[in-house]
Design a protein around this ligand. Sequence first.
Ligand SMILES: [Zn+2]
Length: 185
Amino acid sequence: MKKETLAKRIAQKAGCPELGPYILGLTEKETLPTHCLPWQGMREGLVIRPRMVRVGFELRMRTSAQVSRIRFQGQKHQVNRLIKILRDDPQEKFRMRKICPTPFCVNPLHWEMVVTTTVLTQEEPTMDLDEWTSQDVEEMLEILFTEHNPKNWDEVINAPLMHGAPPALIVPILKRWHKNHLCPN
Ligand SMILES: [Zn+2]
């Protein structure tokens, strides 16, 4: 999946079109809305009431039990960590910390990066953006059908959203959705 496609998919699930170009580094953070963006995709963890905890001399909001995730290349990624990697490609080892109280908010303005060590390790999974899983394809088809109304196979396979998606993964999903008229002859 191309970086552009992944960015669009994240923006769609955040309900924020401005997030797509931001992830790609085309716009600055001033273009993002300041309100919270609750994640509409996969959620993990308990919804606990946020509470303030004291860490040293600092008061912090504790909401760490909630994680917004996106499945990509067969792995589950934490959304805001993935956004950070896609946009800034940090070379340090880091984690992301949310600084607003809204459960599952993914607004990058409400997250900060915390460097845990300055050494780059090999533990970070490398991402091959050309790889698609069936899950990736299905999600992109959902977006395609929400935003457009493809009338034939050419319009499906040539849609910018589907660029690089393997037809062998697309066809079974179309058939499962009873859209055989959109399959190639
Ligand atoms: Zn927020």
